[in-house]
Design a protein around this ligand. Sequence first.
Ligand code: AP5
Ligand code: MG
Length: 248
Amino acid sequence: MRRDPYAILAARIVREMQDSPEKINMWGKTWKGTGCMGLKIVMLGAPGAGKGTQAVRMAQEMGVPHISTGDIFRKNLREGTDLGKQVQEYLNSGGLVPDSLTCDIVADRLQESDCANGYILDGFPRSVPQAEMLTEFLAKHGGKIDVAVNVDVPDEVIVDRLSARRSNPETGEVYNLKFNPPPPEIADKLIQRDDDKPETVQERLRTYHETTEPIIDYYRTLGVLVDVPGADAGPDEIYRRIMDVLPK
Ligand code: AP5
Ligand code: MG
C-alpha cells in the first residue's frame, strides 16, 4: 500500500525532532530547533536598545525574515530612489517617516511569500496608529502578532552605545567599538550611521518617548508583551533571555 507522502514527511520531522531537538535537517537546509518557528514577532525598544542585533540572530535561528523599516529606508537612501528622497529629511532629523507611507511599505513586504511562516519586525510599529494598522491588516489576513519583545535599556546606556556603533556597508553587519569590536582586518571600511551623531540621537530618544513608547502598553493590553532587561549584559545573554520568554 502507498503511504501518503505528507504523512511520511510529518513522521520524518517528528523523528528528527526526537533524535536531535537542536537541529532538524530538511531539504538540504538545517533548521535549528528553537521551538519558536512560525511566530510573528515585533521587537520594541529605544533606538540603540539592541533590537537589530537580536532580530538578525533570531531570524537566522528561526529561518524567518528580519524586516527592519530602518534598513529598508537606509537602503533606499543609499540607492537614491524616490522613496529614499521622500524619507531623507525624516531620517536625518531623527523624526518619524509618516505613518501612511511606512504602513504601505510594510503591508507590501508582509504579503511576500517568505512571510508565510512568521517574521521578526524590527522598528515597526513605531506609533500607536502604526500598531493599530498592523493589527487590522493582520486580522484581515487571519493573523495576529504572537509576541512583542520589549528590550528595555535606559537612555544613558543608549547614548554610550550609539556613539560607538559602526557597521559594514558591504554586509550590513553591526559592531560596537566598545562592546562588540569588529575584526581588525575590516576596521577601516566600517562607517558610522549619520543619525548616530549626538544631537540626532537626542532627538530620536525624544521621538521614542513621545510617540513610540506608548505602544508598549498597546501590546500589554493585547496580552502579548514580554519585557526583557537589555542593559546589564552582552548580546549573547540578552538573546538567551529573549528565547526563554518566547512562547514555545
Ligand atoms: P531604525 O533603523 O529602526 O533605528 P532605531 O530604532 O533608532 O534603532 P537602531 O537601529 O538605532 O538601534 P537598535 O535597537 O537596532 O540597536 P542595535 O542592535 O543596532 O530607524 C532609523 C530611522 O528610520 C528612524 O529614526 C526613523 O526616521 C525611520 N523609521 C524607521 N522605522 C520607522 C517607522 N516604523 N515609522 C516611522 N519612521 C521609521 O545596537 C546598537 C549598538 O549597541 C550596536 O553597536 C550594537 O553592537 C550594540 N549592542 C547591542 N546589544 C548590546 C548589548 N547587549 N550590550 C552592549 N552593546 C550592545
Ligand atoms: Mg536597528
